[in-house]
Design a protein around this ligand. Structure first.
Ligand code: NDP
Length: 454
């Protein structure tokens, strides 16, 4: 894929970039290794100061950063601004908490003194996607840099200006040159970077094929990986639920980022006693959504990031319909220039159709009717993925069962699945492994060193 800015709302190619040459890659890897030798011993206070400065810079120019995202991948402006603000939050969170998370832990043993200490690994490669082009990077970088690692970013090829802006933020914030570097390279260069001895570990957020390729390459080098891949998360609404709140949240849960979120609710599993009401109200709310220019403040749904995403989504919808699903609303691309897809709701989804098993990365809700909680849990778990489930109930026994039985990295009861710097984030099954954020996230890329002293 060419490294370029192509406005998804118009199809216009605005800027192209040349990928780094072999010698440029070599120079950047050398710099990363050299700067790490000093940076690893920087004090927590100094690193916190730089990271807090990065938060300030993000907030100062949030409109400018938001616009870069919107122009490159089509995110509506209000979501883009909120994303920049959240990046500032994760910077401040780790600036404050990293010292506590990485403090030595004393352990009683046969030593005079034994403890665990956390030490940085070195250069960590982050292969990141376009869907939250600032957030995905900051949630990697804030803990990684506070732990004393240095970061190498290979961003998605359709968001190069975001990638360069992020590198500049870290530089302006005061981090030494080379502590965070953007590598403008194609996916075909990733294996070479992983194979390099100066790169110690890698993280990837994106599709399953990309995750498999990265993990296979890293596995051959015995290097640790964290993978945050796709999801087809359930949104379960049981009879006792507050229906009004559930429907309102269902819209946000599915439509955030024009439907292009790994933790978006994708399969709505609703008790049959409330199914008709839920469906009618959801359709009404979908009708009210404004599709159009993502630069306008009141736009709810922008274009999908690339023509390929649009084509794939439409193929999944058409195949699911061909096999017997019913379209309640939408069901096709919008009649607009650019990669727009209509807000869509499908129901009566056959078990052998893409709607029952695949991730739909766009504004398409898949509705399923179930008799009771047993059926709901069974259907929710009948998925190759397991990222973040949402369930709505006011019965404590149902709540207990959901906590025990739902197969996912996270379960949100009576709320929207969201990432939050305070809470660990990640999946099970084909959604990936490892955790980001919170104290668990900062412990992924450190040497958990045991010290035993007699
Ligand atoms: P990709 O997984 O292809 O892209 C994500 C990142 O991985 C990009 O930086 C990409 O680089 C890189 N990459 C791609 N292939 C490889 C590889 N073989 N080895 C190493 N790195 C690689 O996502 P797409 O943009 O193609 O989106 C396809 C689907 O992926 C979506 O429809 C959605 O289902 C899922 N997805 C999930 C996301 C999530 O948040 N979990 C985010 C984005 C996508 P480059 O851009 O240069 O190809």
């Amino acid at each position: 894929m060419a490294i370029a800015t192509i406005n998804p709302a118009t199809g216009e190619k605005l800027k192209t970039f040349t990928a780094l040459s072999d010698s440029q890659i070599e120079a950047k890897l050398t710099l990363a290794a050299e700067v790490f030798d000093d940076y690893r011993y920087q004090s927590m206070a100094q690193k916190s100061q730089w990271l807090n400065r990065a938060a300030e810079l993000l907030e100062q120019d949030k409109l400018q950063f938001a616009k870069i995202m919107t122009i490159e991948m089509g995110k509506p402006m209000k979501g883009a601004i909120a994303e920049v603000e959240k990046c500032a939050w994760v910077c401040r969170f780790y600036a404050e908490k990293a010292e506590e998370f990485l403090a030595n832990v004393a352990i009683t043993s046969d030593a005079t003194r034994s403890f665990v200490t956390y030490q940085p690994l070195g250069a960590i490669l982050a292969v990141m996607p376009w869907n939250f082009p600032f957030w995905q990077v900051f949630r990697f970088a804030a803990p990684a840099l506070m732990a004393g690692n240095v970061g190498i970013l290979k961003h998605a090829s359709n968001v190069p200006q975001c990638a360069l802006a992020i590198e500049e933020i870290f530089q302006k914030a005061g981090f030494p040159n080379g502590v965070f570097q953007t590598f403008l390279i194609g996916a075909d260069q990733v294996e070479k970077i992983i194979n390099d001895n100066r790169v110690k570990a890698a993280t990837l957020t994106g599709s399953e094929p990309a995750g498999m390729a990265l993990a296979a390459a890293a596995g051959k080098q015995i290097k640790k990986t964290v993978l945050e891949l796709g999801g087809s998360d359930p949104f379960i609404v049981l009879e006792s639920a507050n229906l009004e709140a559930a429907v309102a949240t269902a819209v946000t849960a599915r439509m955030l980022n024009s439907g292009q979120s790994c933790i978006a609710a994708k399969r709505f599993i609703v008790a049959e006693s409330i199914y008709e009401r839920f469906t009618t109200e959801l359709v009404a709310k979908y009708k009210a959504l404004k599709v159009g220019d993502p630069l306008q403040e009141d736009t709810d749904i922008g274009p999908l990031a690339t023509p390929d995403i649009l084509t794939e989504l439409d193929q999944q919808v058409q195949e699911t319909v061909r096999l017997g699903a019913k379209v309640l609303i939408g069901g096709k691309p919008a009649d607009l220039l650019g990669n727009f897809y209509l807000p869509t709701i499908l129901t009566e989804i056959p078990a052998d159709s893409p709607g029952a098993s695949e991730e739909f990365f766009g504004p398409v809700a898949l509705l399923f009717r179930v008799k009771n909680i047993d059926e709901a849990i069974k259907l929710a778990n009948h998925s190759a993925f397991g990222l973040g489930a949402s369930a709505w109930t006011n019965e404590s026994q149902e709540c207990d069962r959901l906590v025990r039985e739902i197969e996912a990295g996270a379960l949100f009861i009576n709320g929207l699945v969201k990432s939050d710097p305070r809470l660990p984030f990640g999946g099970i099954k084909r959604s990936g492994y490892g955790r980001e954020l919170s104290s668990q996230g900062i412990h992924e890329f450190v040497n958990i060193k045991t010290v035993w002293i007699k």
